[in-house]
Design a protein around this ligand. Structure first.
Ligand SMILES: *Cc1c(COP(=O)(O)O)cnc(C)c1O
Length: 441
């Protein structure tokens, strides 16, 4: 198991644009983030070190499930009748069933080390909330979670899982915060969104000096913690003498993609391999392929620093696709920057194609994927079928970043023929983009 995380920022040809303070529009400094995050994570967020040692107290917990397995999808390859070789790194073996504990554990560790006793956060499908609930339990900390109301109602087992690990869970919008109450006053049945839930969790953290906020994706330090995935995959592929020709990963906020891709991008920039690196996003929430690259808020209320990223507008509420973890209006500033530099490509895929691929995957490889990585699988299948046409023996690598055992309602819909693809409404995007602040440069 690797003992360091990889920070890609110093290896990039240009640094990513800094986050801005929403009032002054000056680059946000450590003081602006101090009410939200512990100093150790703020330092990692702006670090110029290429490698950061993983603390022993984090490695001990990682060892519960790491290293995670890398599988070759022999049986899927046979079904597709493709000469391509498909490998997938499986993160569903973690306690919470996804890649998210890779960052939840160090975030809880560093907060605990600085005397913080409680973390707040938002969760969409419940993957991040359950990961943070697991991590805080390891360090005897409290955890309070705002779960997007639509999934709070439809995914009761994720909530129970968070509660098993000792967390308190609220539907968002909630009666607990002023912002939540204002939204409920207008629409008592509001389905919520990740952006709204972030606003609520942030508001509660800044109000209490012994509480901080934890974010499960998007930020530099989160993507860095996830590079354990790619570092392990590099070692595992080397053992079987393979290098990838194509790497595909699903992107919500960009953390499982960045975690797998960045170590391979380092190898590519240093000339040791030359994989095509591709982000895969849902057609209903395509921030990279349909959004604009500009400064926007990370949350709906406009409380966070402004980040330069591909965005559909912070007030954009995506259609209720089953991949809740991909329903975010923005993209990680680091993944956005890398995409702008031309170091990664992006495509979007509608959910019916994704679940069709997922069923073929489950029937052959046995694992039922979470709705989010069905996008990565569908992209790998597209690539493998192209190889069948061209006869190319490409090596395809992807991350199966979570299992779908608590997402069976989505499969139920699909099997009943009731899953639909949504047309992205250009008007809805235009309306949300009109609310994005206009900032020179
Ligand atoms: C949260 C989540 C995602 C989306 O987040 P990224 O930061 O883009 O990885 C994808 N897949 C699973 C299983 C998740 O839990």
């Amino acid at each position: 198991m690797p003992t360091q995380w990889y920070n890609i920022v110093p290896d990039l040809p240009a640094p990513p644009p800094p986050p801005l303070h929403p009032g002054t529009l000056e680059p946000a400094g450590p003081d602006d983030f101090a009410p939200l995050f512990p100093m150790a994570l703020i330092e990692q967020e702006v670090s110029a070190e290429r490698y950061i040692d993983i603390p022993g107290g984090v490695l001990d917990i990682y060892r519960l499930w790491r290293p995670s397995p890398l599988f070759r999808a022999h049986r899927l390859e046979r079904l597709l009748d493709t000469p391509a070789r498909i490998y997938y790194k499986y993160e569903g073996v973690s306690p919470a069933g996804s890649h998210k504990p890779n960052t939840a554990v160090p975030q809880a560790y560093y907060n605990n080390a600085e005397g913080i006793t409680k973390l707040t956060t938002e969760t969409g499908a419940g993957q991040w909330g359950s990961s943070l609930a697991f991590a805080t339990a390891q360090y005897g900390m409290e955890c309070e979670v705002w779960q997007v109301a639509a999934s709070y109602r439809t995914k009761p087992y994720r909530r129970t899982m968070m509660e098993v690990w000792g967390a308190t869970v609220h539907p968002s919008p909630s009666e607990v915060t002023e912002y939540g109450r204002a939204i409920l006053a207008e629409d008592p049945d509001h389905p919520g969104s990740l952006g709204i839930a972030i606003s609520e969790a942030v508001a509660m953290a800044v109000a209490d000096p012994s509480t901080r906020y934890a974010l499960g994706s998007v930020l530099n330090h989160v993507l860095m913690h996830q590079t354990i995935i790619g570092e392990e995959a590099l070692l595992q592929l080397a053992k079987v003498g393979e290098t990838p020709d194509v790497l595909v990963g699903c992107t919500g906020g960009g953390s499982n993609f960045g975690g797998l891709a960045f170590p391979f991008l380092r190898e590519k920039m240093e000339g040791r391999m030359n994989p095509t690196i591709r982000c895969v996003e849902p057609a209903a929430c395509p921030s990279l392929t349909k959004g604009e690259y500009r400064y926007d808020f990370g949350d709906t209320a406009g409380m966070t620093p402004l980040m330069k990223m591909h965005t559909l507008g912070h007030s954009f509420i995506p259609d209720p696709i089953h991949a809740g973890g991909l329903r975010y209006h923005g993209m990680s500033p680091l993944v956005s920057h890398i995409y702008e530099l031309g170091l990664a490509e992006a495509i979007s895929i509608p959910q019916v194609e994704c679940f069709t691929a997922a069923l073929n995957f489950a029937k052959t490889e046995g694992i039922v994927p979470a709705p989010e990585p069905t996008h990565a699988i569908a992209a790998a299948v597209r690539e493998a079928l192209a190889c069948r046409e061209s006869g190319e023996e490409k090596v395809i690598l992807t991350a199966l970043c979570g299992h779908g055992h608590l997402d069976l309602a989505a499969y139920e819909k699909f099997l009943a023929g009731e899953m639909v693809d949504y047309d992205l409404s250009d008007e809805a995007v235009a309306a949300a983009m009109a609310e994005v602040p206009v900032i020179a440069g």
